[in-house]
Structures are given as C-alpha cells and as structure tokens.
Write a protein that binds this ligand. Structure first.
Ligand SMILES: Cc1cc2nc3c(=O)[nH]c(=O)nc-3n(C[C@H](O)[C@H](O)[C@H](O)COP(=O)(O)OP(=O)(O)OC[C@H]3O[C@@H](n4cnc5c(N)ncnc54)[C@H](O)[C@@H]3O)c2cc1C
Length: 325
C-alpha cells in the first residue's frame, strides 16, 4: 500500500501533490498494482476526492476539525501516521514542498526510519532504490531505502501530473486522530497571499535575456535587466540563480522552471546544463555570452560571444542606447 500526503488549497489539490500521486502510480505499476491511498489534513474543498480519484487514488483519509484549521507540522504528521496505520502503508510519500518536507521528516522520525528528500526517480523495488536531487539540484545521488515504511518526498516538477487511464474510486473516509498537546505547540497563526507570479510574461516573451551563475551575485543583474528592457523582453534565469536566492523562482527557465520559446534567447553566464536546455531548446535564435567557449550553451547557440558578461552586456546596451539616440 502506498500513502500520499496530499496538500490542498481553497482551489483544490496543489500541483506538486498531483505530480506526487502520478509518481506513486509509476511505483504502484512497478509493484504489480499496489493500491494508492491519500491523506488530506484540514479543511478541503468537496471536489478533492474526485480530483485525486482521477489520478488513481483508492481511498482518501480525511482528518478534519478545529485542531487542523491552521497548519501544524506536528499535528499533520500525527494524522499522516494515523492514516498510515489505517491503510497499512509500506510507502509514505509527499510533494517536496516546505510542508511536505516538514510533515514527512516528522513521520519518518516517529517511525524510526530515514527519509529521502527530493526524489526524482526510483531505480528498483528490491532493493528499493531512489534517485534524489542534492546540492540544490546540481547533483543526483542514489539512496537505498531498506526500512519500512519507505518515506520520501518527490521534487517539484520531477514528473508531469497525468490523470490515470483507470481512475480510482476516491472513497472518502473520515480519519480519527488523537493529538497530544505538544502537537499544537507550533501552528500557523496567519497567512498572506504572495505577490502574483509573473512567469506568464516570461513564457510568452518574444525576447528573453538569460542570466546564470556568471552574474556573480544578486547585484550582477543590472546589465541583463537593462538589456531586456531595451529589447522589450523579459529576464530568465538559471536554477543556480534561484537556488542561491539571487532572483525569484518565477524567473527560472528549465525543467523545473518555465519553458520558453522566444524569437531570440540571449543566455549570459549560463553553462547550458541539460535541465536548463529543456526549458529553452525551442528558442528560434540563441545568442550565448560566456567566458568559456566550450560551455554546452555556447556550442549549441546560433551565435556565441566569448567574453565576460559584465563587459559584453553593458557594451551592447551602450550601442543600443546610442543607436536610439
Ligand atoms: C532535477 C533537476 C532539475 C533542474 N532544473 C533546472 C532548471 O529548471 N533550470 C536550470 O537552469 N537548471 C536546472 N537544474 C540545474 C542544472 O543542472 C545546472 O546546475 C544549472 O542550470 C547551472 O546553472 P548555471 O548555468 O547558471 O551555472 P553553471 O553551470 O555554474 O555555469 C555558469 C556559467 O557561467 C560562465 N561564466 C562565469 N562567469 C562568467 C562571466 N563573468 N561572464 C560570462 N560567463 C561567465 C561559466 O563559464 C559557466 O559556463 C536542474 C537540476 C536537476 C538535477
């Protein structure tokens, strides 16, 4: 039995949870059709069981009530552990979100087993081996999960969410959970909606200026932002840039960011790793700027400028400004 901790919002199941259920289905198929259950904790829209049933979920264990109105990692972990017992699960999974990590780390600790974070694939069932991202996604490692339950989170966008060919029943089952006073010591007391995601403009931009580690730090984007402005385009960045917190995630291009297809893409200081390439390969013309002539992005680009982006980009900006008077 596979149990997936499914996160919901007022709009329904979040995307990473649907990806995780999709991943669970692959695992289930490899195991000969092991049933998949979901556990939902706290208030959830009525349509949630039908939504996860479409992805192959058999039973939805729902822990609800005043104690779950506001998120608490410890209380949610207690509910997930109760669902695991009810379902007799040997695998417990969640999306690799802040909450998924928080909850599953507690579930694993209480069960006395290890947890694998940010899993992107599984390599075999016996022994059960998973591949996971480490060093902010810069490397992959294989981990053998020999204890039961096997507990792991699935990295965001590791798989595309895909409804099941044969939907599950999505039977709703109320979950009785006994909380200890310490489960409610740390709780969310208020929540605010973040500024709107602007990735829409990046996805549809006709010109994208990219910047990677070569920018050198959070202050290294002035030139590329100016170039994007001068060309009426958008800024797109590599994952290193977002992982280091230099720029927000909605600007990321690649496998785990936006897929772009502009007329012109100008990646500056971006090596062109396969995961970045996955997001920009549909660009019509690529003009790469990099100090390393052998960087993959340079060898794949239509035009390659070998040089320091902090010298080349300001020179282009200067030229564009002077031509426009
Ligand atoms: C599952 C998974 C998903 C991933 N998803 C994504 C994704 O969506 N998007 C993504 O981008 N990455 C993704 N990655 C990470 C990816 O593998 C690379 O680590 C990342 O793209 C590298 O970013 P970078 O090119 O900025 O940095 P680096 O690879 O470090 O390259 C920096 C480049 O800048 C050049 N440079 C340095 N200084 C200068 C300068 N002054 N002027 C000009 N050039 C300079 C260097 O020669 C080098 O080529 C993912 C990884 C994994 C495992």
């Amino acid at each position: 039995m596979i149990l997936v901790y499914v996160e919901t919002t007022a709009d329904g199941v979040n995307e990473v949870s649907l990806e995780t259920v999709t991943f669970a289905r692959k695992l289930s198929a490899a195991g000969g059709g092991v049933p998949i259950d979901a556990v939902v904790v706290g208030p959830a829209p009525e349509g949630v069981p039908a939504q996860v049933a479409a992805y192959g979920v058999r039973t939805v264990h729902h822990a609800d009530g005043d104690d779950f109105d506001r998120f608490s990692g410890a209380a949610t972990a207690t509910a997930v552990a109760a669902a695991r017992e009810a379902a007799g699960s040997v695998v417990v999974m969640a999306g690799g979100t802040n909450r998924g990590m928080d909850v599953l780390a507690r579930v694993a600790a209480r069960a006395g087993v290890a947890m694998a974070a940010n899993v992107v694939a599984f390599g075999g069932l016996s022994p059960f081996v998973v591949t996971r991202q480490v060093v902010g996604g810069a490397a992959l490692e294989e981990m053998r999960l020999s204890q039961r339950p096997a507990v792991f989170t699935v990295a965001g966008h590791a798989v595309e969410p895909e409804p099941a060919a044969e939907p599950g029943t999505g039977t709703l089952q109320s979950l009785a959970v006994e909380l200890a006073p310490e489960d409610l010591l740390v709780r969310v007391v208020s929540a605010e909606r973040a500024a709107p995601d602007q990735s829409g403009s990046l996805k549809s931009a006709r010109i994208v200026v990219g910047a990677g580690r070569g920018a050198g730090g959070p202050d290294g984007f002035k030139g590329v932002i100016e170039l994007a402005d001068l060309l009426g385009g958008s800024l797109g960045v590599s994952r290193v840039v977002t992982s280091l917190g230099w720029r927000p995630h909605h600007e990321q291009v690649g496998q785990t960011g936006s897929r772009i297809a502009p007329e012109v893409y100008i990646p500056c200081g971006i090596s062109g790793a396969i995961q970045h390439w996955a997001g920009c390969a549909s660009s019509k013309v690529i003009i790469a700027i990099n100090t390393d002539a052998e960087a993959p992005m340079m060898t794949k680009a239509n035009y390659a400028v070998v040089g320091d982006m902090h010298e080349v980009v300001p020179a282009i900006n200067e030229e564009l400004r002077s031509r426009r008077g």
